[in-house]
Design a protein around this ligand. Structure first.
Ligand SMILES: Nc1ncnc2c1ncn2[C@@H]1O[C@H](COP(=O)(O)OP(=O)(O)OP(=O)(O)O)[C@@H](O)[C@H]1O
Length: 358
């Protein structure tokens, strides 16, 4: 199968900044790939490169196996939803959606038919005659999506599509946009710095840092098997412990693997006073127990001075975990402990906490 989108060794310099430093990414037909990274990591620049809005110093960009570096944006067959939605205020919803077809000089009957179809797809058929100012934020976003899909593009690009929405609406729209993307089956590249959004919507997540990809993988692998400490910290909360051969740190949990062990908060548990520790435990003092609706979040200062975060089930007896009380934490799922090899680029041993062996 031909890859729908191929970005190979792309470099971009803006002013004095080497903004993209040789990034490579393939997307399969129908795949939803999210570029996730901190502000300034180069996500929008890469999206603009794919759209043809940003030139490249070197490298290749191909759609369905054909190089497109020299193709102008309007001939690339790309639909874009911008963060601002960029709807035309003086046009109706229907005219907005049909705009790409008008620009392509398609006949009026076809424009009207496609506008209706696209608005049905995003479940806004009844709002076809309204103006953008008469719509809610979520509705505007759906109109922008309908417009981006109207000319049957080969690739859909979403630039921080949820950024303008409040949390509840953002979560609804994540599900809605994913439904539409799957229904249409369009290859999609989205940009976000919201890790929850990336995890919810994507087939694969490409984590960017400083103009490079650190890891491109499924959401589950990004969370469970982060390639570097940066990824472990950027996606969800992570407890990082040094795991070194021969020092018995995390003995029985890391199987002799060397590097930095990543233990997610939900994989730790509170041991009772009499309970044997198993292979190992961390002792410390409760700093704060907070109720978060479906879980408790327990923050402990270990005796070695590190911060350990634990996510506990709702039936936890909060009275036993008052601020300042002593606790021992054990590992609830040793099989899930992931070790980042010591050779990974960004292992910063000083950051990892000491673990107390039982
Ligand atoms: N015209 C420009 N001249 C010089 N540097 C630029 C220019 N445009 C962007 N940059 C720099 O390029 C880097 C990447 O910018 P980009 O907008 O791609 O990042 P981003 O990951 O999308 O960030 P954000 O999440 O804040 O949008 C940043 O350091 C930015 O300051």
């Amino acid at each position: 199968m031909t890859v729908a989108l191929s970005v190979q060794d792309v470099h971009v310099t803006l002013g004095q900044n080497h903004v993209l430093k040789g990034v490579s990414l393939d997307a399969q037909p129908g795949e939803f790939v999210t570029l996730l990274g901190a502000s300034g990591s180069g996500k929008s620049t890469l999206l603009n490169v794919i759209a043809g809005l940003q030139g490249i110093d070197r490298g290749h960009v191909a759609f369905d196996g054909t190089n497109v570096e020299k193709r102008p944006p309007r001939k690339r067959g790309v639909g874009v939803v911008f963060q601002s939605y960029a709807l035309f205020p003086h046009m109706t919803v229907g005219e907005n959606v049909a705009f790409p077809l008008r620009a392509a000089r398609r006949p009026a009957a076809e424009r009207a038919r496609v506008a209706r179809e696209m608005l049905e797809l995003v479940q806004l058929g009844e709002l076809i005659d309204r103006r953008p100012a008469q719509l809610s934020g979520g509705q505007r976003q759906r109109v922008a999506l309908a417009r981006a899909l109207a000319a049957s593009p080969g690739i859909l690009l979403l630039d921080e599509p949820m950024a303008a929405l409040d949390k509840q609406l953002r979560e609804q729209m994540q599900v809605e946009v994913t439904r539409i993307q799957r229904q249409v089956g369009i290859t999609t590249v989205s940009v976000t710095h919201d890790q929850a959004e990336a995890m919810t919507m994507s087939d694969r997540v490409a984590v960017m840092r400083d103009g490079c990809f650190v890891q491109i993988d499924t959401p589950e692998n990004i969370y469970r098997k982060p390639a570097t400490e940066y990824v472990a910290r950027f996606v969800g909360e992570a407890n990082l412990f040094p795991a070194r051969d021969g020092e018995l740190l995390l003995d029985g949990v890391t199987d002799g693997r060397t590097g930095t062990a990543v233990i997610r908060p939900e994989d730790l548990r509170v041991l009772t006073e009499t309970e044997p520790a198993g292979a190992w435990s961390v002792s410390g003092v409760v700093r704060l127990l907070s109720f978060q609706g479906s879980r408790f979040r327990l923050e402990v200062v270990s005796d070695a001075g590190g911060r350990v975060v634990c996510s506990l089930p709702p039936q936890t007896d909060a009275a036993t975990l008052l601020d300042g009380s002593r606790v021992r934490l054990g590992c609830a799922h040793p099989d899930r402990v992931h070790v980042i090899a010591a050779t990974a680029d960004d292992v910063q041993e000083d950051d990892a906490q000491e673990l107390v062996v039982a």
